[in-house]
Design a protein around this ligand. Structure first.
Ligand code: SF4
Length: 294
């Protein structure tokens, strides 16, 4: 399998206890089969604690979350007791992968860092170079990867403004974002955090013109969404919708940013929220792809 990754990928390092939105809080954490066997046969007091903290009910074995939906192994210093007691290699698949994502096609595996992790978002948004997708190309690669490279090249044309680059991509596919009241459409979606509702509602108010040049973080956001979603069209044929999903995601993030404090940390937080609320809900992504098919 040939592996592809964005050029910033290896720079990521989890900031653990310094993280404001720890990924071990608020999500159900499934335990994969291989690690389940290890946990169920672990010795001593920690082995007992592991077994007491795993539920085998439902579709998939999972940790029983504690107060405030905390992972039962996240200690009071926001450090992981599984790593402390058994080493990093004992983490279940979902924990060792996060915030990484994988898209697979025949003989090609594409990995990336998800924006739902604040440190990954910080890394992506502050990456100054044009993001390259690094991997061993083959003549047998589907045409879509070449087309996606062309889209990324257009989005990275730093001779032009961000809006001019977006216009070039729309022209390439002869597409336009449907004219909709997107705040209403987003309010119809499943939501995790009431603060996200407030962000969507805020889009109804007057935004301000951005005073600084945010073109590099904006470019990285666009490239992120194109890299992550466009090639998945090879499985459902919805290429245009997927490009529009990338443009819509950027549009919403920028509109919310225009109504917030104009700092990098504010933009990181908006991207993190967007990702957690939209990207990490298959239902929400699907609902938006349908909306973009009108
Ligand atoms: S969200 Fe990111 S930085 Fe925070 S604990 Fe999880 S992986 Fe680490």
């Amino acid at each position: 399998m040939r592996v592809f990754k964005p050029s910033y990928y290896e720079k990521f390092k989890c900031i653990a206890e310094k993280c404001r939105h720890n990924c071990c809080i608020g999500w159900e954490i499934d335990v994969d089969e291989e690690k389940l066997i290890g946990y169920m046969t672990a010795q001593g007091d920690f082995g007992n604690r592991l077994r007491e903290s795993i539920s085998l009910e439902g579709d998939c074995p999972h940790f029983v979350l504690g107060a405030n939906d905390r992972c039962p192994f996240l200690n009071e210093h926001n450090l992981c007791d599984i790593i402390i007691n058994m080493g990093e290699e004992a983490l279940c698949q979902i924990c060792s992968d996060h915030p990484r994502f994988v898209n697979c096609s025949e003989e090609r595996e594409e990995v990336g860092l998800g924006l739902c992790c604040e440190e990954a978002a910080r890394l992506i948004l502050t990456y100054e170079d044009k993001t390259k997708i690094i991997g061993e190309e083959s003549e047998d690669d589907a045409v879509i990867f070449g087309v996606r490279d062309m889209v990324i090249e257009k989005l990275q044309n730093r001779e032009k403004t961000i809006d001019e680059r977006i216009a070039d991509v729309k022209e390439m596919f002869r597409i336009e974002l449907p004219q909709k009241q997107w705040d209403i459409e987003f309010l119809k979606l499943e939501r995790l955090d009431s603060a996200w509702t407030g962000r969507i509602m805020a889009m109804r108010g007057q935004g301000h013109e951005l005073s600084k040049d945010w073109s590099i973080p904006f470019e990285q956001i666009l490239v992120y969404f194109i890299y992550r979603y466009m090639s998945e069209g090879q499985f459902d044929g919805r290429y245009n919708e997927r490009v529009l999903f990338a443009l819509l995601s950027f549009h919403i993030i920028r509109e919310i940013f225009k109504r917030s404090e104009e700092t990098l940390e504010a933009l990181v937080e908006i991207c993190r929220m967007y990702s957690a609320e939209i990207e990490y809900s298959e239902e929400n992504v699907e609902a938006l792809l349908e909306q973009l098919n009108d």
